[in-house]
Design a protein around this ligand. Structure first.
Ligand code: PLP
Ligand code: 3DJ
Length: 402
């Protein structure tokens, strides 16, 4: 066990030079808990409660209806979209915030089939990532039925070889929620576009954890949640990216009055607004949305490249500590070793994983369990430190040594 003090010293040295380490102070966290579940629900930024109280008491309580204009409520979806844009590598004017990820998957995928011309243009198939988070698969199945397409579940790595003249759209998760595998967004997007189809990406597990490069890689449409690495809060609204080149013809399957060119004209006929706000539907969820806006301030001056560098250092160090602390053969990582294929989590296959995670949580190490046998640990570079990583692996070793 001579490695143990060595790992603790290494952790201290890594924390001492961690340029992002000071950001932890901007979150409500307790030193008794190692929080490795920010890939499910991000921690609370300290300034959010005060801002929410202000929205409730002053903007809603005193200004009431005036706040739609005077407090900027009406334009919040596109304003906050512009705040998310640099984090995912998009120029302003292409992202709108609102609704859940599931609803945005629907808008994006049906919108993509329509942009492709769909079955009328001979494009009658949708490809979906066969290892997808379930909601995307369920919605893709419904979107396929609605648009007259067939649905073909395909492993992300096989997509370049599977797309063809009949493909309308392809829906892929950037990072796999269970294994933490990072899929090849530039390569897959290029192959989909070369086949004349549209690429729709689900960024739930990558936005805020690594560079996405939506504009740089020519992504057509994308969606993502804001309650994981963007720390927007439970059920905070999701977002929809429609590349500028598609906006003029993007035909939303949910053309609510908020996306009308003249919403207060109250016209019987629909005429879509220009730009990103064409992706809006109904009245925005202001309390959650403004909590999200406040939480995004943590990102001011933070480089996504630095976040990625720390994320990889954290996951590398965790894997090293697990190898040192955990009895041989008790866990097997299903997260790729190669950096280019790794998101910001480590998933360990483990017998009795559900009970092991319960015990870890009881001992102050919070990750989560994903059926059937995965211990999942998410690393949020904005607030997780290296000493915590060492402690988490040490406690895991203690639990598994029993
Ligand atoms: C990849 C992915 N897509 C979608 C969702 C969920 O979507 P929603 O925000 O609609 O619950 C999650 C997590 O809940 C997810 O991990
Ligand atoms: N969205 C969630 C929720 O409402 C409750 C509990 C967990 C979640 C999650 O985000 C799960 C997460 N997407 C996952 O990757 O498993």
């Amino acid at each position: 066990m001579s490695e143990v003090p060595n790992l603790e010293e290494r952790a201290a040295a890594l924390d001492a030079v961690d340029e992002l380490g000071k950001l932890r102070e901007q979150f409500v966290l307790d030193d008794g808990t190692v929080y490795l579940d920010g890939n499910s629900l991000g921690a609370l930024p300290s300034s959010v409660p005060g801002r929410v109280a202000d929205v409730v008491e002053r903007e809603w309580g005193r200004l009431r209806i005036r706040s739609w204009t005077e407090s900027g409520w009406w334009t919040a979806p596109e304003r906050i979209g512009d705040r998310i844009a640099p984090i995912v590598g998009a120029a302003a004017g292409q992202i709108v915030v609102g609704d859940s990820t599931s609803v945005n998957v629907f808008k994006a995928l049906v919108g993509a089939v329509r942009l492709s011309g769909g079955p009328d243009a001979g494009r009658d198939e949708i490809l979906v990532d066969s290892s997808t988070f379930p909601t995307d698969g369920y919605i893709a199945e419904s979107a396929a039925r609605m648009t007259g397409c067939t649905l073909r579940p395909t492993a992300p790595a096989d997509i370049p070889g599977a797309v063809g003249p009949r493909t309308a759209a392809v829906l892929v998760n950037h990072v796999d929620y269970r294994t933490g595998r990072l899929h090849d967004l530039p390569g897959i997007t290029a192959a989909v576009r070369a086949a004349g189809a549209l690429a729709v990406w689900d960024l739930c597990h990558s936005a805020g954890a690594l560079p996405v490069g939506l504009d740089e890689h020519g992504v057509d449409l994308a969606v993502g949640c804001t309650y994981k690495f963007l720390n927007g809060g439970p059920g905070s609204p999701a977002y929809l990216y429609v590349a500028e080149r598609h906006q003029a013809v993007f035909d939303s399957p949910l053309p609510g009055w908020n996306s009308h060119a003249e919403p207060f004209g109250m016209r019987p006929g629909y005429a879509p607004a220009d730009g990103a706000l064409r992706g809006r539907v109904g009245t925005p969820d202001i309390l959650s949305m403004l909590a999200l806006e406040e939480s995004l301030k943590v990102w001011d001056g933070v480089s996504v490249a630095a976040v990625r560098e720390k994320s990889l250092a954290l996951t590398d160090f965790f894997l090293e500590c697990v190898a040192a602390h955990v009895p041989a053969g008790r866990v097997a990582s299903v997260t790729p070793e190669v950096h280019a294929e790794r998101g910001s989590q480590v998933a360990l296959r483990c017998d009795g994983a559900a009970a092991v995670m319960d015990e870890l949580i009881a001992r102050g190490v919070v990750g989560d369990f994903r059926a059937p046998d995965v211990l999942r640990f998410g690393f949020t570079p904005l607030y997780v430190g290296f000493a915590e990583v060492e402690r988490a692996a040490r406690v895991l070793g203690e639990v598994l040594a029993r």
